[in-house]
Design a binder for this molecule. Structure first.
Ligand SMILES: Nc1ncnc2c1ncn2[C@@H]1O[C@H](COP(=O)(O)OP(=O)(O)O)[C@@H](O)[C@H]1O
Ligand SMILES: Cc1cn([C@H]2C[C@H](O)[C@@H](COP(=O)(O)O)O2)c(=O)[nH]c1=O
Ligand SMILES: [Zn+2]
Length: 189
């Protein structure tokens, strides 16, 4: 389990990345960290890309219906305008943000803000997804989570797309995707 290097002490300004497949618990872990920061009386803000409106227009919601309210962002640079008077910034579904999200996170950390970013490391083809590789490169702390393979019960790192529809971006849940381990994923792609 991730333990904060410092929750409200002298050490300030860093970047944490939570990555993994769909259903691996990224959003739950993001919410857990933000709730702990709130308990420590820190000021928190959560942002998600406008594209992700699956469950709720503004809330960040996990597959287990855990939720926390957030601000929808069209362009990552806007986060710099919003995130004033804040100690901790959470960013969900980071794979959908524009490439500038990387410099935005660095600027936030330089302001002394703790930045917690969650996103898919790989798309349905097993390719690095959007700005995630660059975010992983600049992160101070990385947590890779795993779902359970729906085929064999092993640890899953891949998000298998069950439909024939192509294109990197296709929003969906269990209707469209299932988490799979390496072996079960490559048996069918
Ligand atoms: N195959 C699976 N493996 C693990 N968790 C699953 C699976 N299918 C459904 N879940 C549920 O999904 C939850 C994680 O949801 P969430 O935090 O939204 O994941 P992510 O943001 O990584 O997609 C788990 O706590 C569990 O209740
Ligand atoms: C693999 C993959 C996923 N997506 C979409 C599907 C979901 O709407 C989100 C991921 O949400 P989660 O919180 O990680 O479960 O991304 C996509 O558009 N393209 C893909 O290849
Ligand atoms: Zn498997």
């Amino acid at each position: 389990m991730f333990i904060e290097p410092s929750i409200n002490g002298a050490q300030r300004g860093w970047i944490e990345v939570i990555c993994g497949s769909m259903f691996s618990g990224k959003t739950e872990e993001l919410i857990r960290r933000l709730r702990r920061a709130k308990i420590a009386n820190l000021r928190i803000e959560i942002y998600k890309p406008a594209i992700d409106n699956r469950y709720h227009q503004t809330d960040v919601v996990s597959h287990d219906a855990n939720s926390i309210s957030s601000t929808i962002i069209e362009n990552s640079q806007t986060i710099l305008l919003y995130a004033s008077h804040v100690d901790v910034v959470g960013i969900d579904e980071a794979q959908f943000f524009d490439p500038e999200i990387v410099s935005v996170c660095e600027k936030l950390a330089a302001r002394g803000i703790r930045v917690i970013v969650a996103g898919l490391d790989m798309d349905y083809k097993g390719r690095p997804f959007g700005p995630m590789p660059a975010l992983l490169a600049i992160a101070d702390y990385i947590t890779k989570l795993h779902a359970i393979c729906v085929r064999c019960g092993n640890i899953a790192s891949y998000s298998y797309r069950k439909t024939a529809q192509g294109g990197q971006v296709l929003l969906g849940e269990t209707d469209v995707y299932e988490p799979r381990c390496r072996k079960c994923y490559y048996e069918e792609v």
